[in-house]
Design a protein around this ligand. Structure first.
Ligand code: ZN
Length: 291
């Protein structure tokens, strides 16, 4: 098939499988996987409305994002520790900041900003961060300044045009600035074993599936130098796991069980989740690229 690979630029890909009516393709050169999907303008702001974050089963979103906060904060604290191994403070932009939970995990040495397309989440994040949160997809975000650090957690896989997206991030970084991103690893054991049933194959929510090799090609082609790649455990509530299984198998009973779990502080336990399919990357803005 003639679809240009967003990671390496190779013009030929092969059909991998169909998921929920969408074709998943794989680049014949670098194995980058992507959904054969050309959405119209405004897809991002239309798709990531309140119902993605609350009762989002139909979009493989969240059962209740705000109630998931304790688990999300555990992951966010790890992310902050990882970042502070390299840079101890400064201005920071969290792309796709949602309700602002990652920004909340940052200490006082940080000057936090966020952009997020979901109006409902922006409203929530603004209660804490006010005008520092802008309702916009990154491609439309015009802060009129640059940042020391840009973060994007579970965000790159949702983008429609990953090259435009990452170039915009590059333009908003100071020279030698840091990029930290987390995205699923489609080359890890879980998708190899589960195939099309891998829980991250959820088009049209996830459209781009990188692995640890082609993410480096992608970043280097867009002006970054990749310096580190690690895997973190994530923490997820039982309600979110059951909701996701319900989505995967189209099972209404699991959806109802998830709703019951959401109301139960006793049974909705936190589950650490570590199968090495969530990669976290640190990259620097390459000064050579600007020469
Ligand atoms: Zn490729």
């Amino acid at each position: 098939m003639k679809r240009v690979c967003a990671a390496c630029g190779y013009p030929r890909s092969k059909f991998l499988f169909e998921k929920d009516g969408y074709s998943i393709l794989r680049c014949k050169n670098c194995c980058f996987e992507f959904v054969d999907f050309q959405p119209g303008d405004g897809f991002t702001s239309d798709f990531y409305t309140k119902d993605y974050f609350v009762d989002g089963h139909d979009k493989c979103g969240y059962a209740d994002y705000l109630q998931e906060k304790p688990n999300l904060m555990r992951s966010n604290i790890k992310r902050v520790r990882f970042i502070e191994n390299y840079v101890s403070g400064g201005s920071i932009l969290d792309v796709g900041c949602s309700a602002g939970f990652f920004l909340e995990a940052l200490g006082p040495r940080w000057d936090p900003y966020g952009c997020e397309p979901s109006g409902a989440m922006v409203e929530f994040a603004r209660e804490k961060f006010g005008e520092r949160i802008t309702r916009a997809a990154l491609e439309e975000y015009e802060p009129g300044r640059t940042f020391d650090v840009i973060t994007m957690w579970d965000c790159l896989e949702h983008t429609v045009e990953p090259n435009l997206f990452i170039r915009k991030a590059l333009s908003l970084l100071k020279d030698d600035g840091f990029l930290f991103l987390g995205t699923p690893d489609a080359g890890s054991p879980a998708p190899r074993v589960l195939g099309r049933y891998w829980y991250y194959y959820v088009p049209p929510s996830h459209l781009q599936y990188f692995d640890r090799w082609n993410i480096e090609i992608f970043l280097e082609r867009n002006g970054f130098r990749m310096r580190r790649l690690v895997y973190f455990a994530k923490y997820v509530s039982l309600a979110e796991i059951v909701a996701n299984l319900g989505y995967m198998f189209g099972n209404q009973g699991m959806k109802q069980l998830s709703e019951r779990l959401l109301r139960s502080s006793r049974w909705n336990v936190s589950i650490p989740y570590m199968v090495f399919d969530d990669m976290v990357v640190m990259a620097r803005k390459s000064t050579r690229f600007n020469d």
